[in-house]
Design a binder for this molecule. Sequence first.
Ligand code: SF4
Ligand code: MSK
Length: 673
Amino acid sequence: MAEAKEKKKKEYNWNEFSICETTVMMLKKAAEDGVETAFVRAAEMKPCPIGADSACCKHCSMGPCRLNPKDPYSRTGVCGATIDTIAARNFARMVASGAAAHTDHGMSMLDIFREVVHGTIKDYKIKDEVKLREVAKSIGIEVEIKKKVKRDGREVEVKEPRDTLEIAKELCEELEKTYTQVEGEIPFVKRVPPKTVETWRKLGIVPRGSMREIMELMHRTHIGVDQHYENIVRQCSRTALSDGWGGSMVATEISDILYGTPKPLVAPVNMGALKEDHVNIIVHGHEPNLFESMIDSVNDPKLIEKAKEAGAAGINLTGMCCSGTEVLSRHGVPHVGNFMSTEAVLVTGAVDAMAVDVQCIKQGLATVAKCYGTYLFTTNPRCWIEGAEHIELDEKNPRECTDKIVEKAIERFKSKRPEKIVIPQRVDMGVHGFSHEYINYMLGGTFRASYKPLNENIINGKIRGVAGVVGCTNPRVRHDWVHVELVKELIKHDVLVVQTGCSQIALAKAGLLKPDAAVLAGDGLAEVCETVGMPPVLGCGSCVDNSRILIACAEIVKTGGLGESIADLPAAGAAPEWMSEKAISIGHYFVASGLYTVFGVTFPAIKGTKFYKHLFEELEELGLGKWGFAEDPIEMAHMMIAHIDKKREALGITGPRERKLFDMADRRALDVV
Ligand code: SF4
Ligand code: MSK
């Protein structure tokens, strides 16, 4: 800390950095303690303007080449690459990296699932058999077997449920194709509305296995290969789709099968979930395996006893970032903050151990952890951090790793806590855990589960449309503010919002994930929310769970009345504070699936170039969605609303809004199979 204190102290208006009051409190404390965070580094390091515009290339050693963003066609790279080639290749590599992150995560989940079904992993089990059968059925795997039996002296054919393990083994083999399939279409393409797949086939973008797509995209962006931005974008679409309808979707579905499908539950978010008299352990990252095992460890009576012997009242487990959002949604484990709060939470001094796995783990955590004597543990072979202790999680014996981390945390509680601990006393309760399955029950009822009431409410205009607001937080904008203002404006105009990732946590902290947030919604949406008892903002889980939004879109199309393709839906997406390459992959699979997707902060392309026009206009003309960009949340909301209205007009549902709600009689009258 002493070393850090020597750095020149600058005065900042901390409230300009974030609207999260607990984060701001901790940023102030960090400054007093002489500890640097990403917010300060962002303020002190201006982004490179050429890089931000994606006008530079370092794909070979004839460069790096820098083009002039103000006059992008005035020169080319040494090899002759134009701004369109350079920007398209840079964008493509972001898609490839983001898709690789999601699909590698999905493949790890499938590796565990394979070993669970073959009995070589015993610590995890199939928890949701219903989901297993539903997923298998959705890709054409038989879940029943035909049998001949004698009835009244006659032989009749009956169907019986097929053995669960047999289905699981076949499902595992089938889903492996998501990654390894060399030719042909990946399994979950069967879930995509036929009209959307028809467009993909026409454009040649139906994904094969993600390994092949990512490999081809990396090849095509090498110097001297693909030098036409349209053709590069085509492979971007194919690769991103292999993420959204492939790697990410497998990650979500297998996590649900192994650990349970989320159902709405009330749970706390924010730093007040830390407890000074407890041993505090935070799990941060993206893969639920570490978290699930940690839940077992902190509930082990022997370890609880050890904690008590050390003087603690107990062990307090909380989550951060996306694995935090996943277990918040699945089990109601308290969540202490999103991506931009991960350093700030350590400044409380109350965190005894933070265990991380993969993705969005700032290297800066190691320095902040050291300043407060917090133990930082890396657990995944893919992610080591200099200065952090590595205790690898072996899926065959995960407790070995998580028990060790708990013991270390107890040790820190007992003898190494700093004198001053400051826990901001604030928690925000909200409803989390809206899986696409639950949306069925919520609106259709247990016995008539269906998306039909949702479609009806969109058709009659009470719900104007649906928006997926997702993604990261970013110190280049005021933390959480863009998310919150955007969502408020959308619901005010009757747009139902579905959320994932760090955005969901921003809105939970702002109190919008509670049913009483319906007072902020327009009359139509408020009426639906009040009748059903749901919030106007539905939290669906982590960033891989964006696949739930895709499935919900496919269900809306399948249910009928709102067009034949995802591109017909009055729907849009946004990542207003995005920062990661994964966000670009998600954005592009939203776009390639047919959705208008608006990003904030900055966009890696120069307005007015052919590449920009292709992403922002021409993809829509080809039958897909399109990209949009705005920094201001209100402008962003109205771009999305205008798009929703354009789609409503095309569907012929712009008439007067009927104010009739679905009651029980309506539900019974529905011809739901
Ligand atoms: Fe420059 Fe072309 Fe090499 Fe890129 S690939 S660094 S534009 S010479
Ligand atoms: S964690 S990718 S900051 S959502 Fe999924 Fe949050 Fe973005 Fe990481």
